[in-house]
Ligand binder design. Sequence first.
Ligand code: FAD
Length: 518
Amino acid sequence: MQYEFSIQVLPEVAGNPDMLQEQVSKQNKIPIEDIRHVEILKRSIDARQRVIKVNLKIRVYVHEEFTEKPILLPDYPDVSNAAEVVIIGAGPAGLFAALKCIELGYKPIVIERGKDVRSRRRDLKAINRDHIVHEDSNYCFGEGGAGTYSDGKLYTRSKKRGDVNRILRLLVGFGATDQILVEAHPHIGTNKLPGIIAAIRNKIIDHGGKVLFETRVTDLKIAHNEIQGIITHNGDIIDAKKVILATGHSARDIFELLYRKKVEIEAKPFALGVRVEHSQQLIDQIQYKCPTRGPFLPPSPYSIVKQVGGRGMYSFCMCPGGVIAPCATSSGEVVTNGWSPSKRDQPTSNSGIVVELRLKDFKDFSEYGPLAGMYFQKSIEQRAWHLAGETQKVPAQRLVDLTNGRVSTGLPETSYKPGLSSIDMSEVFPQFIYETLKEGFKAFDKSMRGYLTNEAVAHAPESRTSSPVRIPRDRKTLEHTQIKGLYPCGEGAGYAGGIISAAIDGEKCAEACVASLS
Ligand code: FAD
């Protein structure tokens, strides 16, 4: 017999199958010798009380043996000779669109400007060590997209849990730990993601799909408002009646191209701010309310939102035990974001702390029409680059100094490898962002006592939180509102915000696209 229920236990019990079995037995009056296995279905940490507990959803096997069921991938057919779908971009949206095409019997041709995951590493080293930004291969561009060298957080605000579970199960099938199915806030880690991405690519190729690396799409062939194909940087033309455009939020050249070709696009609000680094120990102390977290608790994340003068200011993409990365996609700009290894065992934690922007904030850039937000974003990245010395060093300021409007003397070394320049954030940001940050950090400290400390350092800017442009599409067919056969997809088109939602949108676009073919 199997029984499913929820239980709250101490962290040391949650991590020890024998102790857990004993507690289940006692609490539910089931003789321990009758329990064959306790399977954990969901796990989350409740740190709201003085004594931290772990919430578990469990399935107890009483007088019944437990057999582990392997997570199987779909039975992908061979699509070598099937009708083709061109997919631009090999981020989560593009890759999951490609897998879905194969599942449905169509041949994906994935076109990616960057390199395969392994070759990409050299370019990441170059930006970290030598301040060289490769414009097609960096933390945002290349196989796996922006999500490859990330923390690999796998949660989303999407309400469609079914879809989320489907993506998580596929990731397990491609090599992720099955613990991502159990954790309330799963993550994979930078060291594990490349292997999973490579397994997805190999599956696409093994089943007859194509993946073209180092191939940048520079033009779209359109006739009578219908897509005819794409043109690559070396002048090659690939004819196509169906194109999924999944180029991510950093493909400024694609937004420019669409604007030039008078393909409808819209400005979209996004958020922008700094990336703040604290010691992980301090965050653990604040969140777990104890001097050290001990061996049974993971490095603590945090999530915080405040309203400051009518604007939202919130934490974004928090990386416990992680590192701040240089995420520029062009020379002449600096951009920050964060990653963590699977164990999240770095001594520092970092998080984007961003201020909500509105369309009217881009008024000084109105000459750029729907690209106003993108130019606003770019201007801040370029100003930060200039102020910090025109390398990949970023403007930085200790947190208390930021709130007091004082340039920091003697910045500490942080995890951001290219280095820091001590700059007052009022020089980097327009007044309204700077003032919101100043007041917001004081408000944060009221909810997280100790957060506002001069040991913490703000790095600027965190500017690629989501796309500054939306590429409109029909709600039902998912086709571009004006161009037949073009499917705007994923984060760059404004329909996703993170790895999981981009993957879900990739699948949706593939389904819509092949439905119109059959
Ligand atoms: P992208 O991943 O941006 O992929 C777009 C792809 O298109 C890229 O590979 C790019 O090279 C390619 N491309 C662009 N232009 C062209 C062109 N002209 N021709 C051919 N190819 C082109 N999200 C999370 O959910 N959890 C996290 O922990 C997390 N951490 C992150 C850490 C970092 C450092 C970064 C940069 C991002 C992180 N994100 C995280 C965000 C997440 O990576 C994105 O939301 C997600 O990757 C978006 O998927 P996408 O497929 O829509 O676009």
